[in-house]
Design a protein around this ligand. Sequence first.
Ligand code: FES
Ligand code: FES
Length: 215
Amino acid sequence: MTTHDAFRISRRGLLKAGAASASVPALSGASTAAAAPAATPAATPVNLVVNGRPRLLVLDTRTSLLDALREHLHLTGTKKGCDHGQCGACTVLVDGRRIKSCLTLAVMHEGAAVTTIEGLGQPGNLHPMQAAFVRHDGYQCGYCTPGQICSAVGVLGEIEQGIPSHVSSDLTARPLLSAAELRERMSGNICRCGAYSNIVDAITEVAGANPGGKA
Ligand code: FES
Ligand code: FES
């Protein structure tokens, strides 16, 4: 046998060797999984002040703020649209700032004040933004509306604080209450019904009456 022959590998031999080597990690992976103890979710107490009421929850540390509100406190006004930070339906106010509650863990907000759509106002005692959405027909199916309203309240707070947006031309001046500003700032809240024009009208009306919003 020549040196060349010794290193020649037949196609059949190569396939056998490949199959054998591929099976090793699969087998070792299976035995590792069998030996590993079942994962136990870690539960931890979390204190939140939700709509002005202190609440103590014991939560799996992986629980999103959205699921804590909906599944544990049964505040289902806050909607789950995408659960991926893309639609804005889950927007709530945390310590006065709007936040997508599907993108944050409840345990990250120990002691925080959370305001949901239920806390902004109730039938018979609507928040000015809720009333303006009704007056201006700022919704159709209504699924996005709690998030839109919480976001709108947050937007007016940001403008009041002079926080610029992507379309603010002068970063040192107080942001304008223009339609362009409002549309840009509300762009994280998607409305499949396309009520955008009426939403801007509602926010504009509230901004004129009380630029800082209530919450
Ligand atoms: Fe949170 Fe869509 S459900 S952004
Ligand atoms: Fe239907 Fe906005 S009102 S998705």
